[in-house]
Ligand binder design. Structure first.
Ligand code: ZN
Length: 134
């Protein structure tokens, strides 16, 4: 086999390497775009859950204040987990619909903790209801 000149070696190297480098860069770009989309989705989800937490926390704070001011009597009223029992409800929230918690800041029964939201995209909230008798 004829020995390649320096220039031919460079060309030969370049052709093979350029193909490899270009396909590698394209793959990285695709992955980067995918990662960016995933990151954006994660940020959007985090923003959404913070908004839900803030809305629910605002409601809880207003109710705590109402208890403190004697407007809401914790012996008469309690909190109830309100879900959206449709085809989209997840098994976690389906199990929490109707769970109860003491006013002003008791934990929800059935493992509901402090209250909704329970997870990203959770559509649950809590409401004030009259205490169950018995
Ligand atoms: Zn939920």
């Amino acid at each position: 086999m004829e020995k390649l000149t320096g220039a031919e070696e460079v060309l030969e190297f370049s052709r093979a390497d350029m193909t490899r480098i270009v396909s590698q860069r394209l793959k990285e770009d695709r992955e980067k775009r995918g990662t960016t989309a995933l990151l954006k989705e994660r940020v959007d989800l985090k923003k959404k859950i913070h908004e839900l937490e803030a809305a629910n926390e605002g409601y809880r704070a207003a109710n705590r204040d109402a208890v403190k001011r004697g407007i809401l009597d914790p012996d008469e009223w309690e909190r109830e987990w309100l879900g959206t029992p449709d085809g989209r409800i997840c098994s976690i929230c389906a199990g929490l619909v109707g769970a109860r918690a003491d006013l002003p800041s008791g934990d929800f029964d059935r493992g509901g903790g402090r209250g909704p939201p329970r997870h990203p995209r959770c559509r649950c909230c809590e409401i004030i209801v009259t205490r169950r008798l018995g």
